[in-house]
Design a protein around this ligand. Structure first.
Ligand SMILES: Nc1nc2c(ncn2[C@@H]2O[C@H](COP(=O)(O)OP(=O)(O)OP(=O)(O)O)[C@@H](O)[C@H]2O)c(=O)[nH]1
Ligand SMILES: [Mg+2]
Ligand SMILES: [Zn+2]
Ligand SMILES: [Zn+2]
Length: 409
């Protein structure tokens, strides 16, 4: 029996009136978003390219920054005529950094998902696998398409994530610190078709902005300004925790594994506390008040846990729901991960999250599905296990996915 759909009311759904730039996180009122002239195309007349200083300042290079000019206009329906050449254009850009703001991004509620975790916790690997899952298996299951919002996202995803990890099966290199160059987000539009009760199909869109932070940048208290803006703009946070870094987990590992690093700055709780402090400063909440942003906390690399620990457990099962969030399964996984954390003397982590955030959920996943060997993905290839769970929960929290209780309790 299926219980009436339990959908969480969104506390103040799109709370921000403006559009938040996914590149520099500046916020702009929709009617104040400038346009970029389409320039010359074939024999059509248009403005000649000029050096865009703001864009060059953002990318730190003049390469690729010679583009037709940007102009301010009160665009109607996302279009405006260039005052210099008269050609109509629909290309909008961020007023601050002049990066493109795709029409779909301006028009649908953008959800910036911040992905954070200590160095080596598995963030880059997770991004590679999660996006691949959304473009394939999970996308099909949800009746959802995932489309990159700009060409750089397509290129970067291929070059830095998909090709090395999924095609060549090489582990990804350590992400370089944001101090060495601009951190570019991956910006996608996720569109779900939902068939209503009266067979009326409706499309729900969500701009998904993922930003691959370097764990190294979260080590110090001086979290860079860009990180702060990113975190402040985040509508949800996914914290990745490497179980190998939890001292109490050592006994549960299949193989010795590396001993935990003796670097207290990289301890999961310390990273989470640092990010939380940064968020508090920005949100201006009073110390006792929980932060409103939903937080998914996922143990990564659960393939390293002993099979005996996983057998018969919620974490081991594959998710069954199709196109819905199975709330019974969600509760079971949450409980199991909580129990694991407590067994591993990492109960503090759970307690802290409960104190600081109004809504946090625990997950266990494996992006690779197996232990890598000498810098490469294990023999069976990349076989993700429950990698999509945190995102499904966030979609549910955003009101884009229904939750059901198959057990009917
Ligand atoms: N067993 C196992 N190991 C994994 C998995 N995912 C990542 N790893 C291992 O963890 C290492 C680090 O993963 P990354 O994704 O590069 O970690 P990161 O959080 O991006 O690290 P930084 O960029 O340094 O912050 C990989 O090289 C793998 O050895 C997984 O699902 N299972
Ligand atoms: Mg990385
Ligand atoms: Zn911007
Ligand atoms: Zn023009």
């Amino acid at each position: 029996m299926t219980r009436p759909l339990a959908r969480v009311g969104l506390p103040g759904a799109p709370s921000r009136h403006g559009v938040t730039c996914p590149y520099c996180f500046a916020s702009a009122a929709p009617q104040r978003i400038p346009f970029r002239c389409r320039g010359q195309a074939g024999r059509t007349q248009g403005c000649a390219p000029v050096l865009d200083e703001r864009l060059a300042a953002y990318t730190g290079s003049t390469a690729g920054a010679s583009l037709p000019p940007v102009f301010a206009a009160a665009g109607r329906k996302g279009r405006a005529d260039c005052p210099a050449c008269g050609r109509p254009t629909g290309n909008r850009v961020c007023p601050e950094c002049h990066n493109p703001l795709p029409a779909a991004y301006c028009d649908s509620p953008g959800r910036i998902v911040a992905l954070v975790g200590a160095k080596n916790s598995g963030k880059s690997t997770y991004i590679a696998v999660l996006l691949h899952e959304l473009m394939n298996r999970v996308g099909t299951e949800l009746d959802a398409s995932l489309v990159a919002c700009d060409d750089r996202t397509i290129e970067r995803y291929k070059r830095d994530f998909a090709r090395p990890l999924l095609e060549e099966r090489r582990l990804l290199p350590t992400t370089a610190s944001a101090t060495t160059g601009p951190r570019e987000p991956l910006v996608y539009l996720l569109t779900r078709t939902r068939r209503g009760r009266f067979a009326r199909a409706r499309n729900d869109s969500l701009a998904l902005v993922l930003f691959d932070t370097a764990g190294e940048d979260l080590r110090s208290r001086e979290v860079t300004d860009l990180h702060l803006r990113y975190l402040e703009a985040a509508d949800a946070i996914i914290f990745l925790v490497d179980p190998l870094e939890l001292p109490g987990a050592q006994g549960e590992l299949q193989r010795g594994g590396d001993p935990p690093h003796a670097d207290p700055d990289s301890e999961p709780l310390n990273v989470i506390a640092r990010v939380t402090e940064a968020l508090r400063q920005r949100h201006g909440t009073r110390p006792g008040d929980p932060l409103p942003v939903p937080v998914a906390v996922a143990l990564t690399k659960i393939d390293v846990l002993r099979p005996s620990l996983l057998r018969q457990s919620a974490l081991h099962r594959t998710r069954t729901g199709t196109g819905v969030l199975d709330l019974d399964d969600r509760d079971a996984v949450d409980e199991q991960v909580r129990a694991l954390l407590h067994d591993w003397q990492a109960g503090q982590l759970d307690t802290y999250l409960g104190q600081q955030y109004a809504d946090h959920a625990l997950f266990g996943l494996s992006a690779l599905g197996g232990v890598p060997e000498s810098g490469r993905v294990g023999a069976g290839g990349v076989r993700p296990h429950r990698a999509e769970d945190p995102l499904l929960w966030l979609l549910y929290r955003f009101g884009m996915l229904d939750g059901v209780r198959p057990g009917g309790t």
